[in-house]
Design a protein. Sequence first.
Length: 314
Amino acid sequence: MATERHTFLFADLSGFTALTEAHGDEAAAAAVADFYAGVRRLLSDYDGGEVKTIGDAMVVRVTQAVSGVRLAVEIIDNVGRRHGALGVRVGVHTGTAIQRGGDWFGAGVNLSARVASAARSGEVLITAATKEAADGGLDGFEFQYRGSQRFKNVSEPVELYALTLSARAAAAGLPVDPVCRLALDPQQIGERRTHGGAEYYFCSVECAKVFEQHPARYTGRHSASLDLRVSNEARDRVTERLQRAYRRDRIGQHELERRVELVLRARTREDLRAVTHDLPRRRPPSPWLALFYPLIIGGRAIRRQYRRVRNQRK
C-alpha cells in the first residue's frame, strides 16, 4: 500500500482575506461553502474523492493522473470563473501516500499543497511527476514550463508546469472586484467606476465607496506590490516570527499550527501580512542610536588606526 501512487489536488480560494475584510466572516463562510459544494459536484465525474478541507482549501484524491488534471481544469472553469465567486488555484502532484483513519498521508499530499501555493489565481499548476504520469492522455492541453522551484521541507527542486488549453479556448476570466476580489459578470452588475482611464466593476455600492476613498490601495504600484508572489525566504521569516510569538505565549499551539499552514499557502505579500497583522512588531532602534552610530563606528576605527601607528613607531 505504501508504494502505490495517487494523484492529489490541492484547490484553494484566491483573495479570501480581501473578501473577509470587505464583507465579514458570514460572507467569507458562505463563499467557502459554495466553493466546497461546487468541487463536490464534480468529483464523481472524475472518480475523485474528497480527502479533507483546510480553511478555504480542499484536498482531493484521484487514481489516475489524467483524471486529476482534467478535474483541476474543471474546478477552475466551473467553480472559479462564475459570477460572484472567488478565484481558485489548483496544485496537482502524483506521488506515494497511505491511508489511515479516513485520511491520507505522505509526500504526495504535502507537495500538492506546496505547488498550489506557487500557482496564480485561475491557474492549474502540476509537477513533472503528474505530467509524466498523464502523458498521452491530455490531448488539447499545452504545457508551459515554469522551471524548478524549491519548497520548504522538500529536499530536491520540483519542476512545475502550468496548463493551458489549445484545442478549445479556456473559459474567459470575468473582471474582478478590486476590493473584495469577487469575479463579476459585467452584464449582471451595475456598480462600475472609471479611474485612471480604466473601468472597474464592483459587487456592491459599499465596495465602490471603499474604492473611491482609497483608489491607490487597489490600483497602481501599491496594489501590485501586495499582489507580488512571495518567496520561500519570506515564508521562512514569517514562520520564525510566529514561532517567537508562540514562545512568548502570544499564540497557542493550535493557533501556531493554523497560521503556519496559512503561511505555506500564502501567495502574495497581502496573504502574509494577514497572518501576522495582530502580532506586535519588533521594537525599532532608537533614532538617537541611528544618529550617533556612524560616529561610534568611526571613533572605533580612528582608535584602531592610532594604536596601529603607535605600535609601528615603538
